[in-house]
Design a protein around this ligand. Sequence first.
Ligand SMILES: Cc1ncc(COP(=O)(O)O)c(C=O)c1O
Length: 492
Amino acid sequence: MDKLDLKILKYLKDKKEIDLSNFSKKTGLSKEKIKNRFKKIEAIYSLHEINEFDVDPTSGKLFAYVYETGEKDLKDIAMEAFNLYAEKNVLDFTVFKSDILFEREIVNFGKKLMHGNENVVGTVTYGGTESIFLAVKAARDRYKKLYGKDKVPEIIAPVTIHPAFLKAADYMVLNIKRVPVNENLKANIESIKESITDKTALIAISAPNWPYGTIDDVKDISDIALDKNIPLHVDSCVGGFILPFFEMLDEKVPPFDFRVPGVSSISLDVHKYGYTTKGASIVLFSSPDYKKFSIYVDSTSPGYLFVNQAVLSSRSVGPFAAAYATIKYLGIDGYKRLAKKVLIARDRIYSGLKELGFRSTGPVESSILSLYSDKVDLLGYAYNMKNKGWHISLQKPVKDYNIPLNIHLTISPVHYRVAQRFIIDSRESISIPSKINMQEIKNLIENGEMGKVVEYLENGSIDSGIIPILLENLPEDIASDLVKDIVIGWFK
Ligand SMILES: Cc1ncc(COP(=O)(O)O)c(C=O)c1O
């Protein structure tokens, strides 16, 4: 910003009347030019104003959504790459060849982490959900090729599987059979076996799952998949860029990648523990033949040859450039160093909260903590923590598996810096009564007074994290309808 820009900014901040003639006279610039400068600064200024609505993603006070390292150099590199390639389009990689280079490098790094052999190939997508869509499409189209098109194929997955699989099944017309978890919150192997039919197109499991951070028994499930000739997808969206480094740091990590012979596809997100900007995930396939099922090509339309490796078509190359640059900058050593921070932070937070009466819902096997307490009112705790700036997600109880109401914490490198403060604030938060009146909110929902609920969500009186708990006792279709109403109201 030059002197004039700063002056204009001051005018905007002070909400002063703008006299274009006066500005023009003083600067010697035409009225038109001054007007354009105002428009530009006004647009930028409004961005900064809107920014105030958000939680600062770099603060370390979030335990979901962002995977913050707290390292400025890393961010600068990713942003520079992002901006440099922002206007290039993945749609035609024969024109923007940089896309091919970035995807190759990103896929090769992911393949190395997942111990893929020379047959393993992959695609870079805009996120975990998109990677999962491609894995589901590959399994569906393989099934249809092998067994015909008249049956609706099925996916077998534990209840802990990410909802992206349900969404993919819904969009691509597959059925999904969800099997229970065992006492360690891992997919029940017997149930998987019993659920297999001649319609099974895919078994999907997690390493780790999002809700509890536990890793399914990939090896045992792979034996079943191989025996029945069914593809096995390992969703390692959250684990793919952290578990390999935990293993390098001598943590016990059960085998979950291509070292297990029945694994036919893996999703792993660069925009999670790969620490790049949002918009980068990898889906790996065990062979080019299998990947082929995930690609969409249309050569019949009169326009351009339509070749989509991913779900979306036109996309900016920016996120891929950022992912490439981040991987190049960090390399194995950088990721290992950050994984060490995650481990230390996880252990500090876990042991600090254990002292306050929290317990883990299952074995702690990853960078995710899911904790309950018989002593602490978790709703009040989360609310009080929110008043101290911390955002803690609540997960509803699941009676069928004796899982109580629990908090969910995804640990990032930045938490290494704030772990101690977090425990101090937690200690305080459990000792003061909370102002939240859950009953009033429950009544509003039951009476269909969604306008009021939307208002409370908007003004921050209640956090969206409690919605699943409020909806817990409603039938599924009514609950999802209510949520849609809230969202429509919010975006109106
Ligand atoms: C295990 C798992 N799979 C898939 C996803 C979906 O990823 P995305 O939000 O990038 O679509 C997530 C997101 O948190 C996840 O935790």
